[in-house]
Design a protein. Structure first.
Length: 192
């Protein structure tokens, strides 16, 4: 969780100490409120894919060098059925723009969502974790692209961490050396 001020390198939040995450670190541009919330909703629900390059530029700055230091950028995928109904993956749009800005490879199909999950909105933290448990796997054709690599995992919003934790777990099982999560927004008040 964020600190009120920069506490220096190596500082961990009380939440990370009490419940160590699967991923190695998390960075976000803004809290999921006000303008940041409107931008996320514009991209995600109003088909404003034109917002992705601007949002990705902010994500690049917020990454604190991890975007430039990673080996590859991987978006949190949607299940094929959800992708058909939505027509695009907002996390993939952000990842594509970020990969271009950072000059890093985009592994758009490295992570697969193999389990059709319910929407997370409105679910408790416990139900969110159960909903996405076992939902992801690394595409067998991309194992060499992931094994031993520093991966930057992209999602639009961090709420409870259930989705990115499940995705990071799949990447780590496939041999990723490190998984850094980068989101545009972070919801501090719990499930949205």
């Amino acid at each position: 969780m964020p600190f009120k001020r920069d506490e220096g390198d190596g500082m961990l939040s009380p939440a990370a100490l009490a419940h160590p995450p699967v991923f190695d670190r998390l960075r976000a541009v803004a809290l999921h409120e006000g303008v940041a919330r409107n931008l996320v909703h514009g991209l995600k629900y109003r088909d404003r894919t034109d917002l992705a390059p601007m949002m990705a530029a902010w994500m690049l700055r917020a990454s604190d060098g991890y975007a430039q230091a990673c080996d590859a950028i991987v978006p949190v995928p949607l299940h094929a059925r959800r992708l058909l109904s939505r027509r695009f993956n907002q996390s993939a749009e952000l990842a594509r723009a970020l990969a271009k800005a950072a000059g890093k490879p985009l592994l758009a199909s490295a992570l697969q969502r193999i389990k059709p999950t319910r929407r997370q909105v409105g679910l408790s933290a416990r139900r969110r974790a159960a909903n996405v448990r076992g939902a992801f796997r690394v595409n067998k054709r991309c194992l060499d692209d992931v094994r031993g690599k520093h991966i930057l995992l992209i999602d639009d919003v961090y709420t409870t961490g259930a989705t990115v934790s499940s995705a990071a777990r799949a990447l780590k099982r496939a041999g990723a050396a490190e998984v850094t999560v980068l989101t545009f927004a972070m919801a501090l008040g719990g499930p949205i």
